[in-house]
Design a protein around this ligand. Sequence first.
Ligand code: PHE
Length: 457
Amino acid sequence: MSERETWSTRAGFILAAVGSAVGLGNIWQFPFQAASNGGAAFVVVYLAAVLCIGFPAMLAEFVVGRSTERNPIDAFRELGGNSWSVVGALGVFAAFWILSFYSVVGGWVIRYILGSAQGAYFADPGGYFGAISSGPGALALHAVFMALVVGVVALGVEDGIEMGTKLMVPAIVVLLLGLGAWVATLDGAAAGYAYYLSPDLNTLADNIGSVLPAAVGQAFFTLSLGMGAMVTYASYLGDDDSLPVDGGLIVGLNTLVGLLAGLVVIPILATQVSVEAIRETSGAGAVFISLAEAFGQLPAGRVLGVVFFGVLLLAALSSAISLLEVVVSFVTRNTGWDRKPAAGVFGLAVFLLGIPTAFSASLTYAGTGALTWYNDLAYNLLLPISVLGVLVFVGWLRDDHATEELTKGTALGRDTAGTWIWAMRTVVIVAVVVTLFLGVQDLLVAAKVLADPVVAV
Ligand code: PHE
């Protein structure tokens, strides 16, 4: 067998992981989750979830990946035997599943870059979105997006993913900073900042039962957890890097980009509509309809639109490649296939799985469109179960191994690492179980199996 690939530099690994983390979750979902869940109050809960739950879970995935140098399925098998490989398999399946609709949304983003340049959606943003978000056009752009992803992954870890993300991640940050500076000059931006930066604790207190799982789910999704992506990326990493330090950098950068996206999106909306109206906007339509509407009315809205959707495309691509890489790293090791055919064939399979979502993208939360179902199943069920599996495995079964792995390449003492593991096996697991419970309840309500939430939290 040929030698296993690795990152060429530590910065390459960090940028690739940040590229995976920074995606539609930060720029499309986060600002609107924040806007509709009480603005700054949601941000506070989300930050706590990222730090206390997301960060330990990321370290757990790193431990599994780096210590085995394997894809998620083989990594869990090596450390825990055949039955634990199920946890890895769940991650690989989640990656496959999520990429199938992530790519459809990526296709819309490509469409919106062109649409912004022509001002195509300015007259009727809602109608435009309805027209392009499903049907043959959406399918064609889903194919284009997947082709780009396959292209990068086919080039390999160093020449494809590392090179690609080295270009994409700095571009995302620079362009977002530029947009943020531009937005600050708009009349009326101040109301947006005020809403985003001053916590509305009443809204939070009234909705904590739904805000909490939303914040935790968002933390997992944005940190690319539960999908084998961080296991896979860490498996290309050498022993001289410190997992807690690298993980801290990745979590920190990802959070900054999310916050920055909020500083761009929410004030733009505030220039057009009242803060109350922002609170009402949520879901996918928010960026593609409300924000698009704002672009239609702002000076230089076409440029603003092209840059904004350009950033969104780079972010979506650098995330999508990590999802396909999870699948490809498993297939290349277990079938003897080369990377290029594996990327092509499995990219095609992901494309096929995404076809239903390209034809019925109902976007209201309670809608029954395929996209809503694909998304909610992933968010409320697959991700929390998969993360739970990782946490139980690392926190309870392989805690000594994890302690040792976490202290490699770092000044961190065994005691500190041990405290981490203790938190992982208790508080963090309880929080994920609660999230899973609330999430499943939401799903059952949406599926009309339950009339109303059984437990009012
Ligand atoms: N973290 C990405 C985002 O926020 C999504 C993603 C999840 C990417 C899992 C890869 C793996 O959009």
